[in-house]
Design a protein around this ligand. Sequence first.
Ligand code: FMN
Length: 187
Amino acid sequence: MEKVLFINGCVRPESRTMTLARRVLAGLDGETEEVDLAREGLRPLDLEGLRRREALLRERDYGAADFRYARQFAAADVIVVAVPYWDLSFPAALKVYLEHVMITGVTFDYSPEGIPFGLCRAGKLIYVTTAGGPIQGANLGFDYVKALAEGFFAIRDVRCFSAEGLDIAGADVKAILARAAAEIDWG
Ligand SMILES: Cc1cc2nc3c(=O)[nH]c(=O)nc-3n(C[C@H](O)[C@H](O)[C@H](O)COP(=O)(O)O)c2cc1C
C-alpha cells in the first residue's frame, strides 16, 4: 500500500485550502500520515540545533529523533502539501518544517562535485493553496517547494492546485472552489 504524507500547513479552522486538500487526499489510494504543522510546533534551526545536527551527521546517526521528519518524508510515496497563500508564499511554519526535512544522508546528498541528488522514495508531490487575490505568476511558495522537490529530492511529478481571488469583494467563493475541486478530480 502506498504511503501518503500529508503536510498540513493550514492555519484557520475554516480553511478553504484544507477543503481542497481533502479533495486531493480523497482521490489518492494508500495510507495517509499527517504532519499538522500547527500541532508540531517545530522550532527554526538555531545555533544549538545546528551544532547538534552537525554532531549527529558527523556520527552518521541517521536514526536520531531529530531526523524523524526527514526519515518520514524520505519514506513517503506521495507527498501532499496544503498551505494558504500568505505574503506571496506560504506560512513560515512550512519553511521551519523544511529545515527539519533537508538532512543530508536522509532526504538528499551531494555528489563529490557538489551536485545534489535525491534519496526520497516519492515520485509525486501535490501542492495545494488558496489565495485572497490573483496569484498572477507569483506563486513563490510553490516555485520554491518545486525547486527543492526537483533539485534536491528528485521528485519528478510536482504539481499545484490553486483557487484564487477568494477574498475579492463579490467573489463567488463556492464557484471558485468548485472549479478548483473539478480540476483536482480531473488530475
Ligand atoms: C497573513 C496572511 C497573508 C496573506 N497574504 C496574501 C497575499 O500575499 N496575496 C493574496 O492574494 N492573499 C493573501 N492572503 C489571503 C489568503 O491567501 C486567503 O484568504 C486564503 O484563501 C487563506 O487560505 P485558508 O482559507 O486556507 O486559510 C493572506 C492572508 C493572511 C492571513
